[in-house]
Design a protein around this ligand. Structure first.
Ligand code: PRT
Ligand code: ZN
Length: 225
């Protein structure tokens, strides 16, 4: 492992958060050359290194204290917390700032021809999702039982393919649900990207850089409001 006084920030390599994350850091005045295939980039003008990975790996890198700071969707973060709680793994992190991108909601959706009054209509139904822990937490809170169908992608086709009765998936515009003949019936979690950092020892040099970064991020977000 690299141990030095450069602040390490982990962000999504490619996907819905990567351009906004890159853009935010650039607007904070961090000069970086993020080449497409590179996992790591070194800032030229600040003691900061950027590491690019799959978003699912980001919460763990922070909670295990391997990387200092991360940019991650609250949905992925909370799912990892719930999953680690079951394994009694470390779930420590500090949320430094809710960011102004990556806005979406995790929602239950059902085929258009199905009726829905309230959540009890889904009692004992099979629900396809990539977020089994957030789904279970919501159903447990409402005292409703369900059967899960774990899918890491193509969740929206599950009812049509006869794999499930309903789905629990991320929605932003609703176009994907509509294109698949599904109706959003219940929001179970609202999410944005956020800036998190590890708990524990951070050198004073790194702490100073982190404080500067946080002040600049707050300024960038304020200016965009
Ligand atoms: O490869 P990697 O594992 O890093 O990426 P990924 O494929 O797991 O994630 P990615 O890039 O799709 O999304 C990263 C994060 O972006 C998510 O965890 C959310 O925090 C955030 N985000 C914001 C979204 C959406 N909006 C979103 N609309 N993530 C996914 N979607 C998908 C959704 O799953 C569905 O398939 O977009 C579709 C619905 O969009 P609408 O506009 O049709 O409603
Ligand atoms: Zn992912």
């Amino acid at each position: 492992m690299i141990h030095n006084n450069r602040l390490r920030i982990v962000m999504q390599k490619t996907g819905r958060l990567s351009n906004d994350s890159k853009d935010l850091l650039a607007r904070c005045g961090i000069k970086i050359n993020l080449y497409k295939k590179k996992l790591i980039a070194f800032s030229e003008n600040m003691p900061i290194d950027i590491i690019c990975v799959r978003d699912d790996d980001i919460p763990g890198l922070i909670m295990d204290g391997i990387v200092d700071v991360g940019i991650i969707g609250e949905n992925v973060l909370e799912e990892e917390v719930l999953s680690r709680q079951l394994r009694s793994d470390n779930i420590d992190y500090i949320k430094l700032k809710r960011l102004d991108f990556g806005t979406c909601r995790l929602s239950l959706a059902i085929p258009l021809d199905k009726t829905y009054k309230d959540i009890s209509c889904l009692n004992n139904s099979r629900i396809a999702t990539s977020y089994p822990h957030l789904l279970k937490k919501y159903f447990d809170k409402n005292n409703i039982t369900f059967k899960s169908c774990m899918l890491n992608g193509s969740v929206e086709v599950a009812p049509r393919a006869g794999l499930s009765d309903a789905i629990c998936d991320l929605v932003s515009t609703g176009a994907t649900l509509e294109a698949n003949g599904l109706r959003e019936v219940q929001v179970i979690f609202r999410s944005k990207a956020c800036l998190i950092c590890k708990v524990g020892d951070i050198s004073s040099e790194k702490r100073n850089v982190l404080n500067t970064l946080l002040t600049r991020i707050q300024g960038v977000i304020k200016a965009r409001e």
